[in-house]
Design a protein around this ligand. Structure first.
Ligand code: FO1
Length: 343
């Protein structure tokens, strides 16, 4: 699976549940990944390739927001209401950091969450790579799936803006997290740029996961800064082109609106309409050099299925709203079924 954080987490939980239902863990295999997390035991081998473009250094620690959102959600320790961070979080350290003028006053580092950032940063300073750190963080909770950062290179996304705008204060770019959390994506983006992309390589295991997969799923995550960043790491798009597995995506747009977040601002910036079929066309059809073999849209967008099939996609409309684990699992099951139809 390719996934971003908040939007990706619900879908990944659904995939885990759908796999547990279809391919339950063998009862004699007590060591199966996820065997001790409720309802998640599956013999399926699920790898999630996680967007790292939202990552940043702040207050001396390395943050990997999408990785952490997936980690916390799959472990069941996430703040489901807010959508990011830990449940039962306190903010005592954040209040101190504001007093010291360290970090960003509009960006909250919760106390429990800071524990994760400190552990990660300590291991990075000891010489571990981000993917090795990711592996260590996952040992704490039995997730039932493997989370892999797309790359070990720091490819933090920056947003190009017009320096003459009042909020820009003369700057012609902002870190994605400042644009997203401070300005709620309201400053028109002129473009998105990932740092160090030319020298970036897929993290160990990423290419093998894609080329060795039976099915590749593209989560309903932000097509520009989440999925877009993953596939812009040199080698990942090529692995997707080469894999024998069908590649099936789920639209993050329902009835012309984003399901959550502000992906519409990102799509507008790159000239793509906020529309389920337009996102599919943006990803492109694999047989013509694009990413996808199949695409799921919501019932609201059922009218676009015929035109998507005309351009060579296997498409279907199903309920896309992930209200709870059951609806997420049903959606994941529909994506797996669509993959079978592409063969
Ligand atoms: N989102 C916010 O809207 N405000 C915050 O203060 C904030 C803090 C934060 C800290 C750690 C972390 O992992 C994520 C955090 N997020 C916060 C969420 C994050 O900015 C974004 O929603 C994602 O990167 C976009 O998927």
């Amino acid at each position: 699976m390719l996934a971003g954080g908040v939007g990706g987490a619900r879908f990944v939980r659904g995939v885990r549940a759908a796999c547990a239902e279809r391919w339950p863990a063998r009862t004699d295999d007590a060591t199966a990944p996820g065997s001790s997390s409720a309802g998640a035991a599956t013999s399926a081998d699920v790898t999630v390739i996680v967007n790292t473009g939202d990552d940043l250094w702040l207050a001396g620690v390395r943050l990997m927001p999408d990785f952490d959102s997936l980690l916390y959600a799959l472990a069941g320790v996430n703040d489901a209401e807010r959508g990011w961070g830990r449940a039962g979080e306190t903010e005592r350290v954040a209040a101190e950091l504001r007093e010291w003028g360290v970090g960003w006053p509009w960006f909250t580092l919760g106390d429990l969450d800071l524990g994760t950032h400190l552990a990660r940063t300590a291991w990075l300073r000891e010489g571990a790579t981000p993917s090795q750190v990711a592996e260590r963080l996952q040992r704490r909770w039995p997730l039932g799936v493997r989370l892999l950062p797309a790359t070990d290179t720091e490819v933090d996304t920056h947003v190009r803006i017009d320096p003459s705008l009042p909020d820009a204060a003369g700057r012609d770019e902002l870190h994605f997290q400042e644009w997203w959390t401070r300005y709620r994506a309201a400053i028109p983006a002129l473009g998105f740029e990932q740092r160090n992309l030319a020298e970036a390589r897929p993290a160990p295991g990423v290419v093998a996961a894609i080329t060795g997969a039976d099915v590749v799923l593209v989560a309903p995550s932000n097509p520009v800064v989440s999925i877009g960043t993953i596939v812009s790491v040199p080698g990942i798009r090529e692995a997707l082109a080469a894999t024998g597995a069908p590649v099936v995506g789920v639209s993050p747009i329902i009835g012309g609106r984003v399901v959550r977040g502000m992906a519409d601002a990102c799509l507008t910036a790159i000239g793509v309409e906020t529309d389920a079929a337009a996102v599919a066309r943006h990803y492109g059809v694999r047989s013509a050099g694009g990413l996808l073999d199949g695409w799921l849209v919501d019932g609201t967008d059922a009218a676009s299925v015929a035109s998507l099939e005309e351009i060579g996609l296997v498409a279907a409309s199903v309920p896309l709203w992930m209200r709870d684990l059951d609806t997420s699992a049903a959606l994941a099951g529909a994506a797996i079924d669509l993959a079978a139809r592409t063969r």
